[in-house]
Design a protein around this ligand. Structure first.
Ligand code: CO
Length: 643
């Protein structure tokens, strides 16, 4: 029994107990690796019934890879060691585990054929080679397609320890490694071309970084305006619980808003449930790059410690997270999650005809976490605003993936960065899983289109348009596309609760940047990531339906996840639904994205629509510290609010 909240991430101590209980209960030994240990989240009704002080039996879902057979098992076990379930997951292939990656790279670097292939390219010191292990991600070579788990190894050369290896891709040599046996089962050794030599330096010691501004300090002399109680956060009228998962990374739970004393539920659980990056270049070194960073690696595994290298300003509060590595060794990532407030410019303003001014400055609360997966960084930022809005923003930065070739060769699906160096086109496709509860669990999702009326008696001047509101009633109609011509958006409403003008209370989802996939639906990645082809999916909420490409996308034949689930054609009206919002960035690399890409942003906003009686931002007090007052005299003009 535990006094922790049912949704708290596991502590270091809890994870150690889970590992040791799992070993004892299921007879695990050196052949077994812990692929994932996740909180087995209790049913929504149990979470809602929980009150602080209750003791609650917490349980973990433990995914185990048996390396001797490559079979995958899932068990559910409590922190005190009682087993709830244990079963083999038929046909599942484990994500790539760090232990396996390390061993695969060591095997490739020791392989005489790999060494000889590198020598042909002028490299005699394998320690100067950066090798990455990537899931095959496309057609598996026929002679290897017998069900084994395979990775392949793009390689880069690092001329000195501080050099940027992505400036120096090694062309034409790729080892294919069986993860079970750690054998190099295939070697492609085709195009011997010169390694590009132009450096891609970005370290301060190399670049100088001498463009300076005067200092800008964020001072919160009274401390931050949020309070932290374990994993529960209160800020302004918002309350929420921060969560963390080894697969998804940052998770937000139990979002509520205090509306004049009425604490109203908005979100039960929000996360980015998948992130997949299909590459659009057919060359030998790129066509297999189609990684599911969430489902094939476990994004949370790569969470940065912000002890060093956090660039947030102001009063920061951090949360640590704990995770078990594949051998079951538990480690703590210090300062894994960052929380702070940001000034966010003007919230609202009006100057009346008599010169009276009302203006409010806005602030937002930020919860964030950053992961580094090989070359790339992804920042996940959740923002809470004073007008009732919630925003998710992904920040994309880090280093472009690169390929090299003979100078002058055409690469129409890549951007040339330097002589012999290209960055292939690709798409970053995210899928948010949004288990929202608008004033309760029973909700419906509505598609709202703005439609121009025909010119005629009802539209004599030609400017009239109306909105249509269509309930997405069943799953067979629940995979939707954006439509710019209709300014389409979707809202989730509670049909059982009406606002003061008789409309159901709700929230709408608004995207910003988005795209559609360019990979053919018949391609391997098109089949495996079928969710990419729609922008919104709605499903009936089911605990087992967690990931839009299914639980085990690694080498999956395709068709799993959302495209399969909606075939159940369940009713979506006035029930517990999940909205899945798919958003992507078509990344045509710019030369200016090199050597480290300035942050690109994309995401979505959840905005109240008929949820409040009026703008909740009206109740925000004016900012005190906005003018330069001199004793009793204020020369800021009307409306500054300082007197
Ligand atoms: Co990119």
């Amino acid at each position: 029994m535990s006094s922790a909240h049912p949704l708290d991430p596991f502590s270091h101590d809890e994870l150690e107990r889970i590992v040791s209980h799992s070993r004892a209960a299921w007879g695990l030994n050196h052949r077994h690796l812990f692929a994932m240990i996740q909180l087995e989240e209790p049913a929504k009704s149990d979470v809602l019934a929980f009150t602080p002080g209750d003791s609650f039996e917490r349980a973990a879902r433990v995914t185990v890879l048996d390396r001797s057979t490559t079979l995958v098992y899932e068990g559910v076990i409590t922190t005190s060691g009682s087993v709830r379930s244990w079963r083999e997951i038929e046909g599942a292939k484990s994500p790539v585990l760090s232990t396996e990656s390390d061993e695969a790279i060591a095997a490739a670097k020791a392989d005489s054929r790999v060494i000889a292939a590198l020598e042909k390219r002028g490299i005699t010191d394998v320690s100067s080679v950066l090798m990455e292990t990537w899931p095959i991600g496309a057609q598996i070579p026929k002679y290897l397609d017998d069900g084994r788990r395979l990775v392949w190894t793009p390689m880069w050369w690092r001329p000195d320890p501080e050099a940027n290896p992505y400036a120096h891709p090694i062309n034409g040599v790729y080892a294919i490694i069986d993860l079970q046996t750690c054998e190099v089962v295939g070697l492609e050794d085709d195009n011997v071309t010169a390694i590009p030599q132009t450096r891609g330096d970005y370290r301060l010691s190399q670049t100088g970084g001498n463009i300076e501004l005067k200092s800008l300090d964020i001072v919160q002399k009274d401390g931050p305006s949020f309070s932290v109680d374990g994993w529960k956060i209160d800020w302004e009228r918002w309350s929420l619980r921060v969560g963390w998962d080894q697969r998804e990374g940052l998770v937000i739970h139990d979002v509520r808003f205090n509306d004049n004393g009425d604490v109203r539920r908005i979100g039960h659980r929000m996360s980015i449930a998948e992130l997949v990056i299909p590459y659009g270049d057919p060359s030998q070194g790129t066509y297999r790059k189609n990684a599911f960073d969430t489902g094939e690696y476990g994004l949370g595994n790569y969470t940065n410690s912000l002890t060093l290298g956090c660039d947030c300003l102001g009063e920061i509060v951090y949360l640590d997270v704990a995770l078990a590595n594949p051998e079951g060794v538990v480690r703590t990532i210090k300062n894994a999650i960052c929380m702070h407030e940001e000034d966010f410019g003007i919230l609202w303003k009006h100057v009346d005809m008599d010169g009276h001014v009302e203006v409010r400055r806005g602030r937002r609360f930020v919860v964030s976490s950053i992961v580094t997966i090989n070359n790339y960084e992804y920042g996940y930022y959740w923002y809470f605003y004073q007008d009732g809005a919630i925003e998710f923003e992904a920040k994309l930065t880090g280093i472009l993936l690169t390929l090299s070739d003979e100078p002058g060769v055409a690469h129409p699906s890549a951007t040339q960065l330097e002589e012999g160096l290209w960055a292939p086109y690709h798409q970053h496709t995210f899928c948010a899983r949004l288990d929202l509860d608008i004033d309760g669990t029973e909700n419906s999702v509505i598609e709202v289109d703005s439609v121009a009326r025909e010119m005629g008696p009802e539209n004599p001047h030609g400017g009239a348009y109306v909105t249509t509101n269509d309930v997405i009633a069943k799953e067979s109609a629940a995979s939707r596309l954006l439509d710019l011509g209709k300014s389409r958006y979707w809202k989730i409403v509670n049909p059982n609760k009406k606002n003061h003008v008789g409309q159901p209370v709700g929230y709408k989802i608004l995207g910003n940047v988005n795209c559609l996939p360019l990979a053919s639906p018949d391609s391997v990645i098109g089949k495996r990531a079928g969710f990419m082809y729609k922008h919104l999916w709605v499903t009936q909420n089911t605990a087992e339906e967690r990931y839009p490409a299914g639980d085990y996308p690694f080498q999956h034949e395709g068709g799993d996840g959302l495209p399969r689930w909606i075939k159940q054609d369940r009713s979506l009206e006035n029930t517990d639904v999940v909205m899945w919002y798919v958003f992507g960035l078509n990344h045509i690399p710019r030369i200016e994205d090199w050597p480290v890409m300035p942050v690109e942003r994309l995401g979505f906003t959840l905005k109240p629509v008929g949820f409040f009686r009026r703008s909740p931002a009206i109740d925000v007090a004016p900012n005190e510290a906005k003018c330069h007052c001199n004793g009793d005299s204020c020369n800021c003009g009307p409306g500054c609010g300082c007197k």
